[in-house]
Each structure stands twice: as structure tokens, then as C-alpha cells.
Design a protein around this ligand. Sequence first.
Ligand SMILES: C[S@@+](CC[C@H](N)C(=O)[O-])C[C@H]1O[C@@H](n2cnc3c(N)ncnc32)[C@H](O)[C@@H]1O
Length: 394
Amino acid sequence: MINDSRVPSLHVHLAWWGLRRFTLDDAYFQWQREVLSPDEIATLHRQVEQKRRGSSIDEVAFYDATAHSNILPVLYSQRYDYYLAIGQRVVDRIGAARSILDVGCGVGILTTFYAKQYPNKTFVGIDRSPISIARAQEQAVALGLTNVRFECVELDQASPAGSYDVIIATHALLQAEQDPGLPSRSWKTFERASVSQPQAAFEQRTGIGPRLDRLRVLLAVGGRMILFEKTRQLARRIPWQRALAARGFGLIEQPELIRYRLVEEVADDGPFYLLGMREACQFHWDEAPELDEGPLFDRVKLKTASPDSGEPLYENHWPSAQTVWEQLRAKQLLKGTTKQEPDDRQLHVELGQAEEGVYLYCANTEDQRQLVLVEPASRAILEVYYQDIVSSSP
Ligand SMILES: C[S@@+](CC[C@H](N)C(=O)[O-])C[C@H]1O[C@@H](n2cnc3c(N)ncnc32)[C@H](O)[C@@H]1O
């Protein structure tokens, strides 16, 4: 058990690393300009752009650069609330484990926090960025930690030695943020077909298949995994969960969606998973979309509403738009088209008339839904939107 009066809080830990918490972009960027030279800022921006291209060389170059002592606090301060959201959640789930592996540990900000909380447990942090690992080692020494060590390991090519009771991976295994994921069966549904080929292709091109295979071997009997990746979109969440389930993992607790701030921006991230071997798990994998997000559709209010001219009666850009579209009464299609891409992606757009008004509905196989409802007098606006979407989509 953690004795809160004995251990430094995460705020103290982050301050030790030189991180500051900002809630305003202006204040953050002013500090960035005070600490970094214009050349350093320009180089950093260039590396961020290069990292977006997704090659492992560019990624390592980026993480190497961020580990330098002047850049580290500035860059990682943007993630201050991310650390708050993740740090204690992970600590609370380490439980009775004695050996813990933190995969893709970066400069070790969280790994050293975990190690500090549990001086009697052994922690190993691995990362493929050599400068991040050197920084992590240096900082662990400065913190006086003797229960943590760091190794430079490219998980795509090698595994660290040993066997682990808990494996942690936070924002480390599924980087490929531009990957479209697994498309749904059609624009009408959020379901994914249970076909092995597209799943195998996703696991291979994002690298999660081989990475999970390696981690599975490193996990001790009865071991657990604590995972937090950018898999909020259903098109990523489903193949991610299927990859885990196919390797025998199950849910020890319900996955948790996490929201935190990146200075002024709000990030909807996760889910946060605690996994064990399927036999020891009581919860089922859930592949349903988040239908509780989006504005409420209230027919009574709609009838009495008198919006300013041109303002929509109702607008919904969430998956729940599909349920509302299905509920529209006496729908009549005015025009509609469904575009089919060679890679199975589809985009459907329709303009229609319903009892509630004139509507524009768009749906694609990447789970995007959009419904706009206007009074019949404003139909021309939706005609323009319809044409824009039809002519701009690939
Ligand atoms: C966004 S950082 C996350 C750091 C830390 N886990 C956290 O939650 O703050 C991602 C880290 O994963 C590392 N990484 C990505 N792919 C890796 C791989 N195949 N092998 C080892 N490290 C990897 C990167 O070098 C980078 O340091």
C-alpha cells in the first residue's frame, strides 16, 4: 500500500523534473521563447513534422532531441496533465507485482515516479531512443533510486532480458497516428467484419502484432498488463482490442476513457486498460461506439424552436447522429450518393426531407457521422454543403 504522507506527490515529482503546469497557451509559449532560442524552436518544429511522417528513424531523432536538458522540461510540460491522469492510475494497479517493465519509457518521468513509490519492487524501463535512456539513467541516479534501471532496446528487433509480473506501456506501442485503422463493414454500421486479413494487415503495418507477441513472452505466469494508447477512435480501438484478445488477454476491469488537458486543448484519450490472461478475467471486450456523446435530440423543443435565419434546428457530429438520423420521421430522399474506395472505405452523403425538417446526413466507414437539420426555407444551404462534400471527397 502507498503511504501518501511518505511519498512525494506527482506534482512534486514533475516539479523536480523541471516541468511546469500551464493552462493558457500564451503563457506556455512565452516560457518556451524564454527558455529556447529561435533556432532550437525551429529545429523542434521541424522534428515534430518529420516525426509525423511515421518512420522509426525520424521518431528516434525526435525523442533523442526532446531528451536534451533545455528542451525536456519545455516540451514535456505540455503533457503535465497527462502525467497527472496516468501516473497515479498506474501506481494504483501495480499491486503485489515484484518485477515491472515500462515499455517505451522515454526519459523515464513516469518510470522514476513508479520506482519512487515502490522502493521494494524492481523496475526496468526500455526505449529505443538512446538519449532518452541516457537521460533516464542520469535522473534515476540523481533521485537516488536503486530499484530501477534503463536499457536502450528497439522492441521491434529485440526483447529485454527477464520475466515481468507487470508490463506497462503508455503512449508507446501504437504510435502510427495517421493509420486509418480498420474500416467498418459499411457506412451504415459501426461493426467490423471478423475477417483475419485486414486485422493482420493492421497489426503488421502499425507494428503492434510483433510487439505484443514479444511482450506476451516476457510476461510471468499470472502477470498483468497496464496499457494506455491512443485508441479512442473505434477504427483503432477495435483492431487494438482484437490484437490483445487474440493473444489471450482479457479485461480485469472495465476500460476507462481518459480526458486531460494539453495546456488549452482537451484530449480525449485511452481507453486505459488493466489486462490479465483471459481465464482470470470477468469483463467482455466491448466494440460498441460511444453513443452517449452528442447533443440530445428533443422533438418537442425542435417544434417550438425559432432559430435565427440560416441557423440549423439541430446539428450532431458524433456517432449518436446515426441514431437520430434513423429516428427521423417520414424520411424522403432528395439526393444521395455512396462513394466506394478500392480499399473498402465508403462515404455516404444524403440530402432528405423529413417531418422534422430538411436534413443532410454524412456517414463513412471511419465512424464519422454528421447530421444537420434545418427548416425547409434554408434547404439551399444544405444543397451547397451536399455539393461541397460530394465534390471534395476522394
Ligand atoms: C510518447 S513517448 C511516451 C513515453 C512514456 N511512456 C510516457 O507515457 O510518457 C513514446 C516512447 O516510446 C518509444 N518507442 C516507440 N516505439 C518503440 C519501440 N519499438 N521500441 C522501443 N521504444 C519505442 C519512443 O522512443 C518514445 O520514447
